[in-house]
Design a protein. Sequence first.
Lengths: 113, 111
Amino acid sequence: ETGVTQSPTHLIKTRGQQVTLRCSSQSGHNTVSWYQQALGQGPQFIFQYYREEENGRGNFPPRFSGLQFPNYSSELNVNALELDDSALYLCASSLNPAGETQYFGPGTRLLVL
Amino acid sequence: LAKTTQPISMDSYEGQEVNITCSHNNIATNDYITWYQQFPSQGPRFIIQGYKTKVTNEVASLFIPADRKSSTLSLPRVSLSDTAVYYCLVGDAFNDYKLSFGAGTTVTVRA
């Protein structure tokens, strides 16, 4: 059974640029959630995708957007990057949207200069 | 979503039992209590989940009093590899999938 994988592991961008982060869910999981974790803080929920549709969103602006593909892998896109977007971005997959344990990937460390 | 309060940090020594208490005074009837562990530069890992009384698995025990306004994660005989951040989450397991984590408790285990 393959766990949750994310790419790239690290990324450096400059303010105003756009970034795309990728996540492959665990085999058999149809739900992917994305989290932002700033240094020294707990992960904050960005949004969740279930069967290719957005299924809930946290308190993040529209420049944070996502996609889920038929194989349930997912992308997180961030436009017009700001310095405060520097963080660890975590992807988690689960069997269903709620009531199930989430399995997290190792994350992508984004640095915005 | 119920607000949770945990100690910021705890120190322990190898072989000791570590107990982390989480306060959640406004827990709702449908809320479950879930604990995650996170090592540096890794994603959180599910440890244990419970609703009331006591839950035990191969890693930890979770004690929940009758009023459910707090819960205690118990890690038996910790080792250096248990040094991590531990998060307590409280929410409706079937609806509150939009859970965000608090700051957690940093547990440091020393030799």
